[in-house]
Design a protein around this ligand. Structure first.
Ligand SMILES: [Zn+2]
Length: 458
């Protein structure tokens, strides 16, 4: 079978259901996974799915493929992605597949794969692809068992979280899979909870479940202000990303709330490392240093961050997209629900309001993540040209992922998106002028490559 290269991405597998993700491909993916696992001397995997409408169909086909190789399956049913990750730590089975379209449009779905408690590497994704193309599958008779871990997960989190006072929290699950777990857990912890869109509904009737886009936080902001809540929490479609709004309705970007979390964690873990991606502010780096930690910048992408955490035995990791990884009292995987509760636990320790607490961590004048549509081929070419053809005098070049330029008063980033045919930018400056200046530096270079490459600031 020929595999569409669009589907096999840098760190996961995703596509449009019935088009790029055909029934045949899904079943063969199951066969490839089962075959690979048995060859690696494993005999089972956990399977979980988010609330997308195509989830049950894809799950059935995938499981059928796995079982046909002789590999066993524990079907966890519907749940958020962190529940699947959790299953690889809380059960004997260290492998798992999450069927999720994450925050992509509703006609998409995909697979996040864990082998031996680690995200599947690019090399192993190629291995799976080769197996599908060669159809060199094992055959056997696996056994399927249904297993719910919702209670185990909730009990474990409840034992770890200790809230010093009762807070009023608005939680927006965006009709995503987090709704199957988070609201009950929050209420069990005596949080005064105002729920928005907890009902799991893959047609996403209210707003798209992507807290990275400020327009999806509007309902949350309104509810926080109206209810005079202490904090607003938004989860993405599969519950592995965290969006935060303070008590005044200000959006708190992940690199801002990470500075607070880092400061708290480092009190018990002085000198430990903290990983963050290239999209995060230089203020986060400075803040981690001030709090006594060692900041390490990494490539964007949840699997890259996870690898760096393992490599450096980091105590915390996080991405500007809202994937936060606690590795002190949790398992080092990205978990929007657990991360939200840890943040709430920190806020509950303070006398001040959440907006006052976040104000202690100054931020630069910045842009959100900006995108510029191009093609999958061109996005890499443009970044290579930016890296190689320009001097950018007066700036330090950081080439971990795309090109990041830094000086005393500003920084800017241009990189190729991992998931879409587009370029991604972010800029920050000490002042509005400094911000515009760094944008101008990138813009000038881009125009000299192609006069259609215009960075739009809003
Ligand atoms: Zn997600």
């Amino acid at each position: 079978m020929k595999v569409n290269s669009q589907v096999f991405r840098a760190y996961d597998i995703r596509g449009i259901v019935q088009k790029e993700l055909s029934d045949e491909l899904i079943e063969k993916l199951g066969q490839a996974m089962g075959t690979m696992l048995i060859r690696k001397k494993h005999n089972a995997l956990n399977v979980c799915r988010d609330g997308r409408l195509s989830g049950p169909h894809i799950s059935n086909l995938f499981i059928k493929g796995v079982l046909s190789t002789g590999c066993n399956v524990y079907d966890l049913g519907l749940g958020p992605t962190p529940l699947l990750y959790f299953s690889t730590f809380s059960t004997q089975i260290k492998n798992g597949v999450m069927i999720t379209g994450s925050h992509n449009p509703k006609n998409y779905n995909g697979f996040k794969i864990v082998v031996d408690r680690k995200p599947l590497s690019g090399k192993s994704i190629t291995e799976i692809r080769d197996l599908i193309e060669s159809e060199n599958f094992l055959s056997g008779k696996g056994v399927e068992e249904k297993k719910s871990l919702l209670k185990t997960y909730k009990n474990e989190v409840k034992n770890k979280i200790n809230l010093k006072k009762n807070l009023k929290i608005v939680l927006d699950c965006g009709n995503g899979a987090g709704g199957s777990l988070a609201p009950d857990l929050f209420k069990d912890l005596d949080i005064e909870l105002i729920e928005l869109f907890s009902e799991v509904d893959g047609s996403f009737p209210n707003h798209h479940p992507d807290p990275g886009n400020p327009k999806n936080l509007k309902d949350l902001i309104d509810a926080v202000i109206k209810n005079k809540a202490d904090l607003g929490i938004a989860l993405d479609g599969d519950g592995d990303r965290l969006g935060v709004v303070d008590n005044l309705g200000n959006i708190i970007f992940p690199d801002q709330y990470m500075a607070l979390i880092a400061d708290e964690i480092l009190k018990e873990n002085f000198g430990r490392k903290i990983i963050f991606d290239v999209k995060c502010s230089t203020k986060l780096k400075e803040s981690i240093e001030t709090s006594g930690g060692i900041p390490i910048m990494a490539r964007t992408g949840h699997s890259f961050i996870k690898k760096e955490i393992i490599k450096h035995d980091a105590v915390l990791g996080g991405e500007m997209s809202g994937h936060i990884f606690f590795n002190d009292d949790w398992y080092g995987f990205d978990d929007g629900i657990y991360s939200a509760l840890r943040l709430i636990e920190i806020i509950a320790d303070f006398e001040e309001s959440s907006s006052d607490i976040f104000n202690n961590f100054p931020q630069l004048v910045n842009t959100p993540e900006l995108t510029l549509a191009t093609t999958d081929k061109k996005k890499f070419e443009i970044i290579e040209r930016l890296k190689n053809e320009f001097e950018f005098n007066g700036y330090e070049k950081v080439l971990i992922d795309g090109i990041r330029l830094e000086n005393q008063v500003s920084w800017g980033l241009a990189r190729a998106s991992n998931t879409t045919p587009s370029l991604v930018f972010r800029f920050e400056g000490e002042t509005e002028d400094a911000l515009l200046k760094i944008v101008e530096v990138f813009q000038k270079a881009l125009f000299s490559i192609d006069d259609k490459l215009e960075i739009k600031l809003n």
